[in-house]
Design a protein around this ligand. Structure first.
Ligand code: FES
Length: 118
């Protein structure tokens, strides 16, 4: 961990639109662990907490599967809310107008670091 940041994957793992899931925490306090996911889209990296604003539960049922069938929006597997990948805003579904929690991402020579949320 560096200055509140945690290494979550290598940049090469995100090629081809792969989503990588990770757990953020200090390794000692499981209650404060947060799960998240990261992906690359048109050369930019985006990471969010894996936490649907509708019910506060994880978005996906299948490992690494977050996108809708058209690969346009992040889709919650629970009640099909749709989120804009680039900013996390919910544009359809029971939490329309709310948003996923974005995480700050840094690429440190190919190692991807994510800042722990407050
Ligand atoms: S829990 Fe995500 S849409 Fe209901």
């Amino acid at each position: 961990m560096t200055h509140g940041r945690q290494a979550v994957c290598q940049r090469s793992e995100l090629s081809g639109g792969q989503f990588v899931e990770f757990t953020l925490g200090n390794g000692h306090d499981r209650q404060n662990e947060r799960s998240g996911f990261i992906f690359e889209r048109e050369g930019n990296l985006y990471a969010y907490l894996n936490h649907c604003p509708h019910l506060g539960i994880e978005l996906n049922w299948m490992p690494g599967r977050f996108m809708d069938p058209d690969n346009c929006f992040i889709q919650c597997a629970n009640h099909a809310a749709l989120f804009i990948p680039e900013n996390g805003e919910c544009i359809a579904g029971p939490c329309q107008g709310e948003a996923l929690t974005p995480l700050e991402v840094t690429d440190d020579s190919g190692t991807i670091l994510v800042r722990l949320p407050e």
